[in-house]
Design a protein around this ligand. Sequence first.
Ligand code: FE2
Ligand code: FE2
Length: 197
Amino acid sequence: MKEKIQQLENEIKVLHENPIEIKYRFSETENKEFFGLFWKFHIKPVIEYSKQMAEKYNADYEAVWLGAIMHDICRLTEENPHDELGSKKAFSVLIEKGFNENIAKKVSNIILTHRCKKFPPKTLEQKIVASADAMAHFLSPFYLWLFRYSNKNFEESLGKYINKIDRDFNEKIFFADEKEMIKKEYEVLRKWFEYKI
Ligand SMILES: [Fe+2]
Ligand SMILES: [Fe+2]
């Protein structure tokens, strides 16, 4: 099972580095760069945080790993809402790749709940990936990446990102330890984003 998941991770990585469907607002080269960095600065750290928490909290490691790999699969094609559509897409991909229906369903629900919006996470596995998703937003390259490609002006972006880090920190990290781990980054980023407001 682990080799099969690793193989799928590699395939999804290649999709980010060479996005097939150019539906984004950039040129082909920029699109490639945008999604390549999205993999590097977001998806990969979400995978790492998720795997660490799955071990630490004794969760279903395979479901968490697969959920992390595919949680933003519909961002690649700009299909929105990316949680609802991504959960359906991931289910079909997993069935197609020969994973059983039980794990496909579990992964699909992890993706459905990762934004903590219309569908809040309920199970341990769902809370792990939602937390990892929020935690990865506190790695500074993530915001450099967002600013680099933002189509808003600097002040507008700051306002938007301050709300994002507040929501990520206060509502999306479900574990006290992990919240503590991220606290310093949250405070530093918040101070920086507040600078001009
Ligand atoms: Fe997402
Ligand atoms: Fe994400």
